[in-house]
Design a protein around this ligand. Sequence first.
Ligand SMILES: [Ca+2]
Ligand SMILES: [Ca+2]
Ligand SMILES: [Ca+2]
Length: 398
Amino acid sequence: MSRKSEKPEWGINRRTVLKSAAAASGAGLVGVSASGTVAADGHCSDDCAAAEACETEVPLCAAQDIEVGTVYVRRSGEEEIDVNYELNDDTENDWYLRETHLYVGTTDPRELSSSPGQFPFSKEDYGDGVTEDTYTISFDEICEYELGGGNGKGGGGKWDVGDSCGVAEGDCIWVAAHAVVDEVLEEAPYFAADATYEAEQGVKKNGNDIDEDRSNPEDALVKAYPDGDFFSLGFMPDGDGGFEEEGGWVEVTFDCPVVNGDGDDLRLWEVTFAPYPLESADVYAWYDDEWVYLGQADNSGQGDEGSPEAHTLSTFDLGDPADENYDEVESTEKLRIVDTTDPGPHNGNADGFDLDGIEVLQDCTADETAWGDGCEGCEITDGGNWATYFQYSIGSCT
Ligand SMILES: [Ca+2]
Ligand SMILES: [Ca+2]
Ligand SMILES: [Ca+2]
């Protein structure tokens, strides 16, 4: 259904659009933006008072007051329109579309509800996020809606297609353009420099205190060796001349929760001078009010992945949704690393797993809700959930 390519005469040049829109409706124009398109000021009035136009645009607003992009509605063919979400392209703001839900219809959405989940068009499969997306909607897909079962207006009632579908040139349609957008606050990989921590350090195998330059848990956060220090977990005396199975530990609380993204999500950097007996630690992620075991970190992965020779690396995945054993750790804000080194093969000075850095392998992002014309536009429900709409009158474009 590649309608677009069949009708090259409908290709939109914004300057041309402006001219034709102005010629068609003269003084009816409500506002003209610098980019040469018809701005949608006034498009929420009941009589669709704004100019008929090939194209109209409204700002896409996140969190009610952050302009993150633009929503364009344009006639893109003899019997179709495009609704185009376009995020701002600048280095200050690094926003991505995660989901979009779109209402285009002939019924005033105020008679329905503000539930984006009920909108007739939606996409939730943008993967790692996109900065632009377009819905192409034919005139016969633009319908009346009525509120069906559920809790009624504003309360999650279901939207049913009404008696008629189809619009024509000159008709006024209602648009509610919702999106979930996120901003990359910190790009992966990065070290957990801003994490807070708690720790209980063990002792050396010979029972002595661990060296002072290996005893600050803050040194476990950012990989620094050989230019900085690390934290040795140590062995925990059992009071009976031996050691507990679990030794010293550190718990870190991330500034930004670590999400379970594609592939591995966390990497621990440890310091060992090869050759050396095995040192190990169990690693747990906090999720849903409990610790979920992620696996064992150890000092066997030396020199992997371009690390300096004294570093050993262990990577962890918060889980693969495709794996039937998946524990469903969607994200975690805390990590617990507890020593499990067997003291047996070690000499008396051994002090267990030497944690030098906790590296996050997924971007730190912040989700926001966004609406077309959301900054100052017209709300669907008075005093209800924030949700806005605007109107578009299908212009002649010739
Ligand atoms: Ca993962
Ligand atoms: Ca070590
Ligand atoms: Ca360190």
